[in-house]
Ligand binder design. Structure first.
Ligand SMILES: [Zn+2]
Length: 115
């Protein structure tokens, strides 16, 4: 896994939860693609700054955005995610990332796009 999972605000040391990280490492291995983390943990302040949804799973350390700039990469990541219990997936074709999260307080088994 490349890129930082910790908050990019420069003020805090927030990071994604260990169990979620371990799950991502398994998904990464099965997908056969080294994940490049574009966004990991976000404190409330940083989440607001980057225009994240209020109360985003990123603020609980249960979401990451992984770079996915082409069709085979998207397919491999989504395929591995679905088989390994990632229950919330978002795809951005504009900013070339896949959001993966495991926040059980949000609706499960959902896949959305960003516009
Ligand atoms: Zn922060």
């Amino acid at each position: 896994m490349k890129g930082q999972t910790t908050c990019r605000c420069g003020q805090c040391t927030g990071d994604i939860q260990d169990e979620f990280r371990n799950q991502l490492l398994v998904v990464e291995k099965v997908a056969g693609i080294e994940f490049v983390i574009i966004s990991g943990f976000r404190c409330e302040t940083y989440n607001k700054k980057v225009g994240g949804v209020a109360g985003s799973a990123h603020t609980r350390g249960l979401a990451v955005d992984v770079k996915a700039a082409d069709s085979p990469t998207r397919y491999a990541i989504v395929k591995a995610s679905l088989g390994l219990g990632i229950t919330r997936i978002g795809i951005s074709f504009k900013d070339n990332f896949i959001h993966m999260d495991k926040d059980l307080t949000e609706p499960q088994d959902v896949l959305w796009g960003y516009s």
